[in-house]
Design a protein around this ligand. Structure first.
Ligand SMILES: [Zn+2]
Length: 272
């Protein structure tokens, strides 16, 4: 969801829709909650973002607009909240490692450096609808643990949302961003999957397909078959959650072909 306060905030909700669509999908899925996600940026944002892609990269015609504003630095520092449990931190690091294995292969360096940090109160209580210039810097962002559902809702998130990536930019590249994870609604077995997806947003990937019916250069997710590459992608906007005993939750801990094809186009501050 784009919140255009001040003209430079693009907000992307992670892993869940934030409205009744979630409930409708949950019902049609036979009891499995569908965790769904972020909405597409506006056309002008897409155009600016697309122009920052590496030349020569291969993007499907119907994914040309599936990029967010680029990161203007070669490496991002990922500051993981020390209020996560050790197991949760390991799960997040596993996602960081997956992205770094990829980036080392295509760019010869890790895109992400991870450390465990104390999150300042001002960051923990940030308003995700405002670009404050205070919750991150162009080269570093926090992964913040939220545990209180009432606080989560106060921040404007449905209790069905497991995580969100908030990104702010100056029109050309990211100025600050933050990943918020609600561990009270995120299944432990899905934390790496959720983190891998959110880190994809932090690196500059929008979803593999767009909200609803999409458009020519950003295929819509509506009606996309389960066998489709965009559906299998880590960056697909929904993640099925195990709702009852016997349900098999989606586990997406490995970047898929469509994820890496798009991520190869991310410039990360490289000369293009
Ligand atoms: Zn998302």
């Amino acid at each position: 969801m784009k919140r255009d306060l001040g003209g430079n905030l693009k907000q992307y909700w992670g892993q869940h829709w934030i409205n009744a669509l979630l409930l409708a999908l949950a019902v049609s899925a036979g009891g499995s909650a569908i965790l769904s996600g972020c909405q597409a940026p506006d056309a002008s944002a897409v155009d600016a973002a697309s122009s920052a892609l590496k030349t020569g990269c291969q993007v499907n015609a119907d994914q040309k607009a599936s990029f967010l504003k680029p990161v203007g630095v070669p490496t991002l520092k990922v500051r993981v909240d020390d209020q996560f449990t050790d197991a949760q931190i390991l799960a997040i690091k596993k996602a960081v490692d997956e992205w770094n294995i990829f980036s080392t292969r295509v760019a010869g360096r890790p895109y992400l450096e991870v450390t465990k940090n104390t999150v300042p109160d001002a960051v923990r209580s940030m308003d995700p609808h405002e670009c404050s210039g205070g919750f991150g810097t162009p080269d570093a962002f926090y992964v913040v643990r939220q545990q209180s559902n009432s606080k989560w809702q106060t921040m404007g998130f449905s209790s069905n949302i497991s995580a969100a990536t908030v990104r702010c930019d100056d029109g050309s590249s990211v100025t600050e961003q933050v990943i918020l994870v609600n561990t009270s609604v995120t299944d432990a077995v899905q934390l790496t999957s959720v983190a891998l997806h959110e880190l994809g947003h932090a690196l500059g990937l929008d979803h593999s397909c767009a909200d609803s019916f999409g458009k020519t250069d950003f295929k819509g997710c509506a009606g996309i078959p389960t066998t489709h590459a965009y559906r299998k992608a880590v960056m697909f906007p929904t993640l099925k959650k195990a709702h009852f005993d016997g349900d098999i939750p989606d586990i997406k801990e490995t970047l898929q072909e469509n994820d890496t094809a798009r991520a190869t186009c991310i410039s990360m501050g490289d000369s293009q």
